[in-house]
Design a protein. Structure first.
Length: 727
């Protein structure tokens, strides 16, 4: 049997597991949450080339899901991310079906997990083994099909069964052989062969690509600025998006609609696998790699066949130590049983071969020098320490600042100015200070001072739990951040007024609080400096066009829903969801302003501390005056009930469990709440109805035990359509 074929699902590792245990409600909910999050992350990774979830976070969530499914086997489904591979097919590409499934690999997140796999593999076979150790290239998987030695198709992995046909683009990758060598014997093969590997972008090429995009964007920004200022006619141009890392660049370049763009991107490949090896005269992975070289493919030179676990460890440690010396990204080591016959004996799971594992490197960490701990003042007056350090590249992006969250956290980490500190990002957008390298602490390292006064206004600060807070109503930093929050999405959603524009409006005395937004006119706004310069060095101004659009946005914000206003005014601890609950409960600003703490505590999600914070906000005369001035300029001070549904489900509590075909659970719960219903995540004697879809578990059983009526999805649809529970 071939290295990539899987006609049988026989498992030498099969273990007896208890499938009779009930899955707790919280486990079922967590499994559903994890699956939704992981599937969205896959779509971003494979279809959009724009992953938002860091690799380390994805791995951690995937591991948690696998552990839950292992603990409660009845929760495992065939379409779970732990049992499936990759993504789907984007609209711009035709589907390409794989004759032999393209599997992913199981992960070992540390050496202990790697050792456990080595032990199980050895025990399953019954004797010691040789392993082929290869670098795990951080690129985009590819399958290349050859007929009589000629390349006829290239496909991405997709979901493992069906990928995307990218033949035209792969033809532009220089090191992919279009015809295999005579020495390979491929021209005499009676059946097509499919080899597999990774398309990647060298780091040097990645840097050149982003540099070129940056230069092009500089030209675009100059052009757009001239259009805004009326110095040039024409439409503004969109900025080009730079790539976050080599992997995204490789995937995006491979999946271009125009293959000419792919040709410009300097992609390369490493080939390392075959779908079906029966036509080759090879018996092991290392022999197959030699055949690949003979055939004309590029094979990574960093490969070693070893026969001991200690040697596997040594290869992994060397790869981790020297990864920075390579001109391409790697994120681990792939360890394979070398012998093809033993690979066939070990077989596959639904997702991965049992004869291989990916040892994943720990998230990348870099060291740098801490130069300062600045103090940032937020809109609610919280003082946040921010580490400022020498710029360093972590996971493909340059960072020079990282929040330290609060002064308790700063003390716990004991980082001092002058320290060599460790920065960790794990692919995330936000870097984190892990701690200091104590052995490198200089004698003159300074403990960052804890401020006693606000750095913005000089007012005394006070302790509020783990936080330091300034409560001055005249604090410029709080004003700036309050104004930025007011125009943000989810609040009053006013496009076009960025940080610098607001800063200059404050400096010029045109903005003293949020009400002043509604006193601005286009002529005044047009003359505000943007903080940028023209080619001649003179300051660039906002311009009439931008000003007119901003005034339109400001005027439109008067019609934003009442809950947006509640979120925008900046009551401490009130986010978007709580603002919606308050709007629904009290209907009008006047009712909310006069609500008592006990009344506020009746609202779902609001406890005594939050309720007291709301009461304190409205008891402050300055805030009441602000509300009145906002009322005068025409903002919505009540919920719009013109489209409100009758509250026919008031007093009823619904619990949704299992899967739904016509709604996702969040949407269904929102629609029920529009009729006045409450929704809950757990079943109790107070539950009125349980809606159970396929896969419902312990919640359904508890409902039956308690005698609570159980509805199916058809009944749910009828309730949402009519607001009435069917008889």
């Amino acid at each position: 049997m071939a290295a990539g074929d899987a006609p049988s699902q026989d498992n030498l590792f099969d273990l007896m597991s208890d499938t009779t245990a009930d899955a707790p409600a919280d486990a079922v909910e967590r499994v559903n949450e994890l699956r939704a999050t992981l599937q969205r992350a896959r779509d971003q990774y494979y279809l959009e080339d724009a992953p938002e979830l860091p690799d380390a976070v994805y791995d951690s969530l995937n591991r948690e899901l696998a552990e839950l499914e292992g603990r409660y086997p009845q929760l495992k489904t065939a379409d779970s991310p732990t049992q499936t591979v990759g993504g789907g097919v984007a609209e711009q590409f035709t589907p390409a079906e794989h004759q032999h499934r393209m599997y992913s690999l199981d992960d070992a997140m540390d050496l202990d997990e790697l050792d456990e796999w080595l032990r199980r593999t050895r025990e399953a076979v019954g004797h010691s083994l040789s392993y082929c150790c290869e670098l795990k290239i951080d690129g985009s998987s590819i399958a290349l099909t050859y007929e009589r030695g000629t390349l006829v198709r290239a496909a991405t992995r997709g979901d493992g069964s069906v990928g995307e046909n990218v033949t035209a683009n792969i033809m532009q990758v220089k090191d992919v052989p279009k015809h295999l060598s005579i020495e390979s014997g491929a021209m005499g093969f009676s059946q097509p062969i499919e080899v597999r590997g990774e398309v990647y972008m060298p780091r040097s090429s990645f840097e050149r690509l982003n540099d070129a995009i940056s230069l092009e964007n500089d030209e675009i920004m100059l052009y757009n600025a001239e259009v805004d200022a009326g110095e040039r006619t024409g439409r503004k141009l969109a900025l080009k998006k730079s790539f976050a890392n080599c992997r995204n660049a490789a995937a995006g370049s491979l999946r271009q609609k125009d293959s000419a763009i792919t040709a410009e991107r300097d992609l390369a490949t490493f080939i390392y696998a075959i779908a079906e090896a029966t036509q080759l005269d090879v018996e092991s992975q290392h022999e197959f790699l030699e055949w690949l070289r003979t055939a004309g493919f590029t094979v990574n030179p960093n490969i070693r066949v070893v026969d001991s676990e200690a040697a596997v460890h040594e290869f992994c440690k060397n790869a981790l130590e020297h990864r920075g010396d390579l001109d391409y990204d790697i994120d681990g080591v792939v360890v394979k049983v070398d012998d093809f016959a033993i690979q066939a004996e070990l077989g596959f799971t639904a997702k991965a071969p049992r004869w291989a594992i990916a040892f994943k490197f720990p998230p990348e960490e870099k060291t740098t020098i801490l130069r300062n701990v600045a103090v940032q003042v937020g809109r609610t007056g919280v003082l946040t320490p921010v580490a400022e350090f020498d710029p360093t590249t972590v996971d493909g992006s340059v960072v020079s600042r990282a929040t330290l969250h609060n002064y308790d956290e700063l003390a716990r980490k004991d980082v001092r100015i002058g320290d060599t500190i460790i920065i960790h990002k794990a692919g995330d957008v936000i870097p984190e200070v892990v701690g200091a390298v104590m052995d490198l602490r200089p004698p003159d390292a300074q403990v960052p001072p804890v401020p006693s006064v606000c750095p913005s206004c000089g007012s005394p600060v006070f302790r509020d739990g783990a936080f330091l807070r300034c409560d001055s109503t005249e604090c410029p930093a709080q004003l700036q951040t309050r104004l930025e929050h007011w125009v943000s999405r989810g609040a009053m959603d006013i496009d076009g007024l960025g940080t610098k524009i607001i800063e200059n409006l404050v400096a010029s005395g045109l903005l003293r609080d949020v009400v002043d937004f509604y006193k601005l006119d286009a002529d005044t706004l047009a003359d505000v400096a943007t903080g940028e310069e023209k080619k001649d060095g003179s300051p660039r101004v906002f311009g009439q066009k931008n000003a007119a659009k901003a005034i339109e946005q400001i005027e439109a914000s008067k019609q934003r829903p009442f809950e947006n206003l509640l979120f925008a005014i900046g009551i401490r601890n009130i986010g978007k969801t709580t603002a919606e609950a308050l709007a629904k409960a009290f209907k009008t600003m006047d009712a909310l302003m006069n609500a008592s703490v006990p009344q506020l505590c009746q609202v779902d999600g609001i406890g005594e501390v939050v309720a007291e914070g709301i009461r304190e906000f409205f008891d402050t005369q300055d805030n009441r005056d602000l509300i009145e001035r906002l009322r005068e300029v025409g903002l919505q001070m009540a919920i719009d009930e013109s489209d409100a549904k009758p509250q026919t489900l008031a007093g009823l509590t619904f619990v949704l469990t299992g899967s739904l075909e016509r709604y996702d659970r969040t949407t269904a719960e929102e629609l029920l709440r529009e009729y006045g219903a409450k929704t809950s995540g757990s079943v109790s004697k107070k539950t009125s109805y349980v809606v159970a879809g396929p896969g419902a578990g312990s919640k359904l059983r508890k409902a039956v035990e308690l005698g609570i009526p159980v509805l199916d999805e058809d009944a749910l649809v009828q309730i949402i359509d009519t607001g009435e529970v069917p008889a």
